[in-house]
Ligand binder design. Structure first.
Ligand code: PEP
Length: 249
């Protein structure tokens, strides 16, 4: 059985005061039936891990470099994330792919390093609105999956997040049928490549304008094992609405 996962991506939001949201979540969920992960900005990682220590809340990074160390000003290695207390890292988010020109090969190299360091790689895939309107969604997702996911992937070190770019931060959400179609497709691709055992054990998250009000419907869709949440993960109270829906799914 795949344990469900509610993952929050704080992006470039939050200073020290935001740590109270993590302790708030930890207090609200002493023994949740789902995994809870918060990915704060790198400046907060160490303190966030301290705030979450001994609790049900895990801490993750939002990116890492493909190299394990070296002359890469401003970048962070996977080992540094582990050292700061992270157990996971988001890779290939569309904002990284767009703002930093990251391609599938870059994401795959980062994922390899992350997995070697013992992190769970949450690899994001998703189509643009133009790609969806041109009926290219599954082709795009298929290419991102085969290009971005390393061969060493397992149900423990890989999570795939389907995040249609046009749904991120926009309030627009695909229909439940559209979400189901893509998630079933991702599951089939993983099973084909890694075999049924591994393919069925990888958790698949949906991301893109998930809110407390729409979460229960999304979590009822086949092969949706949780969510990657941006805006609604910034406040413990909002994120709790999503966690509650996932626990009830
Ligand atoms: C995200 O950035 O991963 C995301 C899903 O954002 P939002 O929930 O704000 O749409």
């Amino acid at each position: 059985m795949r344990r469900k996962l509610a993952a929050g991506n704080w992006k470039m939001n939050g200073t020290g005061a935001a740590l109270a949201e993590i302790t708030g979540l930890a207090d609200m969920y002493p023994d949740p039936s789902v995994d809870i992960l918060i990915c704060p900005p790198a400046t907060l990682l160490h303190r966030a891990a301290g705030a979450a220590q001994g609790s049900s809340v895990g801490i993750g990074g939002q990116d890492c470099h493909a190299a394990s160390s070296g002359a890469h000003t401003g970048d962070l290695s996977a080992d540094m994330l582990v050292d700061a207390g992270a157990s996971a890292v988001i890779l290939g988010h569309s904002e990284r792919r767009e703002d930093h020109d990251e391609g599938n090969e870059d994401v795959r190299a980062k994922a390899r390093t992350a997995m070697d360091a013992g992190l769970t790689a949450i690899i994001c895939v998703g189509e643009s609105l133009a790609q969806r309107e041109a009926a290219n969604t599954l082709d795009i997702i298929g290419g991102q999956l085969s290009g971005s996911i390393p061969d060493q992937s397992t149900g423990q070190n890989l999570v795939v997040a389907y995040e249609p770019i046009w749904a991120i931060g926009t309030g627009k959400v695909p229909t439940l049928e559209q979400i189901g179609e893509v998630h079933d497709f991702i599951r089939a691709r993983l099973e084909r490549r890694f075999g049924e055992g591994v393919g069925r054990s990888v958790r698949l998250l949906y991301g893109g304008s998930v809110k407390p009000g729409n979460a229960a419907d999304i979590f009822a869709v086949s092969n949706v094992d949780g969510a990657l949440v941006g805006g609604a993960s910034l406040k413990a109270q909002d994120f709790a609405g999503i966690i509650d829906a996932l626990q009830g799914a």
